[in-house]
Design a binder for this molecule. Structure first.
Ligand code: COA
Ligand code: HC5
Length: 638
């Protein structure tokens, strides 16, 4: 089963009773009434997510289908859409119900979205949902350096946490529009809990006694580490170092039962195993300590040796899934919202469970941590503090659980073997070149992805790009549909020798402008995908037959994203990565810097249509060829 970013959206149903704990995004910060007032007045000042007009969505839906379905399919869908939107039809009724819902909720979409895109999604979170983030390689190369960096990183996160706790985080803006800051309050002290049919999220940050500990995993063994002194002051880097030394010394052998690997299971299996596992009181207490912890730090063992040119790809694999059970996949708790990962050889990064937040708040936190660790000047050599504030977590393993761990290892290793990940640093240019030509860099990159796909497959596919909805209260994302009639026209013309360069440039400019237009409508809440989802969710909640536009072949095609892409910018020169969302697709995450672009491209080896390495290479060529076209076509000739 594939999630909301793919064709099986039609299979998603709404169980009558919802086992969800209080949705994380409805938990409001309450630490200080004065500051809380500031947060609240910011949040309440944000506009509510609009419900776009029905006719507009219907028109834009048909336009979005044009490059990805055939003529007959399009004709058929036009009939269905006309029927859906006719006066007095089903569309009008659902639209009114959606508008009513919008009046009654803080955000008509966000609670549905968290359920449908994440909590109801039953594939393993690893690879299929949780992204990885790779930092530039650090200079340490031994255990001591690894521990010292981990200590600095923990101190940096705690420094960021102070801004979250005090609600003094500077409000972010998109242009001059303030953004919703809620996601920042969801990423620490929270965890996903597996359920039998639907997962849930717990957030302990606003408990009357919020957690004061983190969890550390080393050799697949879990430890609780109190990171605040009794006076509420965070441990110093020296103190943290001493505690981490102690943890690593007391876990020199890899655990024979890597319990964390259970969190790589598909969610239904993990949900069942979890029920069983926590019947044991020791297990329940240990799991609860992990769930309540502020975050997890994975002090990793070795990864397989690789050639220098594959270093970043291997680092991305380490962050995304850990490399399999023989490497570091068991040195994780993938349900944990935030896991920082520190390898042996200077490799660092993170993995995060996606349900509570998008990438940008995580990246902002990490940018802060990197800056903090760079500024840190250590006063003295770290010493092992005699007062140990860490504690090992114990687990009991029944024969059945041992069997489940073996099953999880097997499935994880299959998945690790299946995933191909290529990190490419495109060094020729970054945002600078498109800007010189007065083009949106993001649109330029997306058009290059379209050109690469067309060159490889001679057609266009449904393409997803994340657009932020954070201009609205509790906003998450909508879809920018990057494949348009304009991009198709451009990519068809590009390698056509009978076309003049001037015409190609005109088509390129049109394609870029069309993409920028779609971006603008998406970030202002006027795109089609979440609106259509909302209408469909209402029909499902009513238990009435689904309108035929949602069971139509075109709709499945539109949601089968062979290209699933996302721009995640950062101050630090890092690269983010995620898996494809369909078996025969690519996951493409990119970070455009001023003079270069970091790309992570993934695909599945079991699919013989796709190849991440080739696709990455073709994207590189597409970017270069597009620049050459612009360089060779002087503006005067246009
Ligand atoms: N001429 C010259 N410069 C231009 C330009 C043009 N025509 N159009 C844009 N630029 C500049 C911008 O001013 C900006 O400048 P900066 O580098 O100084 O900031 C830069 O180029 C980047 O703009 P652009 O490439 O158009 O992209 P964007 O920053 O508007 O981002 C999205 C587009 C879709 C990525 C963004 O709106 C968004 O939604 N981001 C969130 C995505 C997300 O949440 N991802 C993670 C999901 S978990
Ligand atoms: C560290 C940041 C990773 C980015 C993750 C991301 O882009 O997730 C998308 C979320 C969304 O709602 O669009 C989903 N996607 C990976 C399938 C593109």
């Amino acid at each position: 089963m594939w999630g909301i970013w793919s064709r099986t959206m039609v299979k998603v149903g709404i169980p009558k009773s919802c086992a969800l704990v209080k949705p994380c995004h409805l938990v409001k910060p309450v630490s200080d009434t004065r500051i809380y007032g500031r947060y609240l007045s910011h949040q309440t000042g944000l506009p509510a997510l609009p419900v776009p007009p029905l006719q507009q969505t219907c028109e834009r839906y048909i336009a979005a289908l044009e490059p990805i379905v055939n003529t007959q399919e399009l004709q058929y869908t036009k009939v269905l859409v006309d029927e859906f939107q006719k006066p007095g039809g089903e569309g009008e009724r659902l639209q009114r119900a959606l508008e009513e819902r919008a009046k009654k909720t803080e955000n008509w979409l966000s609670e549905w979205w968290v359920k449908v895109a994440y909590l109801d999604y039953r594939l393993p979170v690893v690879v299929h949902s949780s992204p990885g983030l790779v930092l530039p390689q650090m200079s340490f190369n031994d255990k001591h350096g690894q521990i010292l960096f981990a200590a600095k990183l923990i101190a940096g996160v705690l420094d960021f946490k102070t801004m979250i706790d005090n609600e003094t985080l500077p409000v972010e803006h998109l242009g001059d529009k303030p953004l919703c800051m809620n996601q920042y309050y969801q990423v620490l002290s929270s965890c996903r809990i597996p359920g039998l049919k639907r997962d849930s999220i717990v957030n302990y940050a606003k408990n009357s006694s919020p957690p004061k500990h983190i969890t550390v995993v080393h050799n697949c063994q879990f430890f609780v580490l109190d990171v605040y002194n009794s006076d509420g002051i965070p441990l110093t880097v020296d103190q943290l170092c001493g505690q981490l030394e102690h943890i690593c010394n007391s876990s020199r052998q890899t655990s024979s039962e890597p319990v964390g690997i259970l969190t790589t299971l598909d969610r239904d299996s993990w949900g069942r195993t979890y029920q069983n596992f926590i019947k044991d009181k020791t297990n329940k207490d240990s799991v609860s300590a992990i769930q309540r912890s502020i975050f997890t730090v994975c002090v990793d063992g070795a990864m397989p040796p690789v050639a220098d040119d594959m270093y970043r790809s291997c680092a991305a694999v380490q962050m995304l899934h850990g490399g399999g059970s023989q490497w570091n996949s068991g040195n994780r708790w993938f349900d944990k919202t935030l896991q920082f990962i520190i390898g042996e050889n200077g490799t660092c990064g993170a993995n995060y469970e996606h349900a509570p937040a998008e990438g940008p708040p995580i990246v902002a936190l990490i940018d802060h941590v990197v800056e903090y660790t760079r500024r840190l000047e250590l006063g003295k050599t770290p010493v092992l503090d005699s007062s140990t504030v860490s504690q090992k977590l114990h687990f009991n393993f029944s024969p059945e659980i041992k069997k489940d761990i073996e099953g999880a290892k097997y499935a994880m290793n299959q998945l690790a073997q299946d995933l191909e990940m290529r990190v490419v640093v495109f060094e020729h240019f970054g945002k600078n070149v498109p800007k010189t030509y007065k083009m949106s860099p993001d649109a330029f990159i997306q058009v290059a992805l379209q050109l690469a796909f067309y060159r490889m497959y001679q057609n266009s596919c449904a393409t997803y790009e994340s657009a932020s909805l954070r201009m609205f209260r509790l906003g998450r994302t909508d879809t920018i549909r990057s494949a348009s009639s304009a991009t198709l026209e451009f990519v068809k013309a590009f390698d056509n020798v009978s076309k003049q360069n001037t015409e190609k440039v005109e088509l390129l400019e049109k394609a870029v402008k069309t993409h920028r237009w779609y971006t603008n409508i998406a970030v202002s809440g006027q795109a089609i995908d979440r609106h259509l989802l909302g209408l469909k969710m209402l029909a499902l909640e009513e238990h009435s037959p689904l309108p035929s536009i949602f069971t139509d072949k075109s709709y499945s095609k539109a949601l089968h994203y062979k290209l699933s892409t996302s721009q995640v910018p950062s101050k630090t020169d890092c690269v983010m990565c995620f898996g494809p969302v369909v078996p025969n697709g690519y996951g493409v995450c990119y970070n455009p810097m001023e003079d270069h672009i970091n790309f992570a491209v993934s695909s599945f080896n079991t699919c013989n249509e796709t190849n991440a390495e080739s696709f990455a290479q073709i994207v590189r060529e597409a970017l270069l060829d597009m620049r050459t076209l612009l360089e060779q076509t002087p503006k005067a000739k246009l």
